[in-house]
Ligand binder design. Structure first.
Ligand code: FAD
Length: 296
């Protein structure tokens, strides 16, 4: 890690391996801007940038990326769950601001303890709030847009606040353009009890039983339609357990690639290419590659 001089507005800037910030644990060195307020964010956005959340949907190249990589920290990674006295009613709690850099799993646990419902269907998604909102992450038991009241979005042109009604959101899609940064949201929650919320979380969590527990960026491919899931197709091609270097197609679930320890992005790229070659059906990637194309 190389510490670069602090920026004009005081953002911490370091060259760091992005492997540290991705759930797959691969990704080369890049210039990381840790921004704690809107002035620091505006400065970071003066040059080409990418916004990194929990890194749970990314395969970052071994060379890293040439753009600035922005991480939300400080107040932009804190949650004020106090009910807003003006916006809340007996039937609906609207919270204070929840930073885009807040880890989603911890937030879901806090909401459960407070007996606040609407987001428990997203249990087990290892994202940050901003990344989860940007993708409208979810499961069959619920998604992020079930619990959003207001979103703050920052671009190099300025800051605006919108409601879900202002966005063309849908399945795993917020309608927010790439690199428009979700800095903070207000949550819209239903008063319930900790027991009721926990019961729903347990139900949603149970559906993850077959997923591998190792380092992974989640599902590799979208289900192509036509009856068979991507995992089933990869399994039928006899690829479960196939390894390239230290990357492996998980024996538990063929649509997951896991890092056995020390895997490189090149190992993962090679496995992805192998799967596309051996499965007789065109498959679309579920996770993002940084940069965006497979080499070769
Ligand atoms: C074990 C495992 C299980 C998973 N299960 C699910 C699941 O059940 N359902 C599901 O939907 N997904 C699942 N995922 C995938 C992943 O968690 C989601 O896609 C999640 O939304 C990614 O959020 P992130 O914060 O990690 O974003 P990152 O992976 O860091 O980034 C993904 C994209 O979001 C953008 N982004 C990140 N932060 C912001 C921000 N603040 N503002 C704007 N854009 C931003 C990035 O630029 C990038 O384009 C799973 C992943 C893993 C590893």
């Amino acid at each position: 890690m190389t510490v670069l001089s602090p920026s004009r507005t005081g953002a911490r800037v370091e060259r760091q391996p992005l492997a540290r910030y991705t759930t797959l644990g691969v990704g080369g060195e890049s210039e990381v801007w840790f921004v704690a307020d809107h002035a620091q964010l505006a400065e970071a956005m003066e040059q080409p940038y990418r916004i990194l959340g929990g890194g749970s949907n990314l395969v970052v190249a071994d060379e890293g990326v040439p753009e600035r990589v922005i991480r939300l920290t400080g107040p932009l990674a804190q949650a004020d769950l106090t009910p807003d006295p003006v916006l809340s009613t007996p039937e609906q709690i609207v919270t204070g601001w929840v930073g885009g850099g807040v880890p989603l799993p911890g937030l879901i646990r806090k909401l459960q303890k407070l007996g606040l419902s609407n987001l428990e269907g997203t249990v087990g998604i290892p994202a940050q709030v901003g990344g989860a909102v940007w993708m409208n992450a979810g499961t069959r038991y619920g998604e992020m847009f079930d619990g959003l009241h207001t979103l703050e979005i920052v671009t190099p042109q300025g800051t605006r606040q919108v409601t879900p009604d202002d966005l063309a959101w849908g399945y795993r899609d917020s309608g927010i353009p790439r690199n428009h940064i979700v800095t903070r949201v207000r949550l819209r929650l239903r008063p319930s009890t900790p027991e009721e919320v926990l019961a729903k979380m347990d139900f949603a969590d149970h559906a993850r039983k077959g997923q591998p527990k190792m380092k992974t960026p989640g599902c590799a491919f979208k289900n192509p339609g036509g009856g068979k899931g991507a995992g089933q197709l990869i399994d039928e091609a006899g690829l479960k357990g196939t390894r390239v270097g230290a990357a492996m197609i998980a024996p538990e679930h063929a649509n997951f690639i896991v890092n056995l320890g020390g895997a490189t992005a090149a190992d993962v790229h090679a496995l992805l290419a192998l799967i596309c070659d051996r499965v007789g059906v065109p498959l679309d990637l579920e996770y993002e590659l940084w940069p965006e194309t497979l080499p070769g």
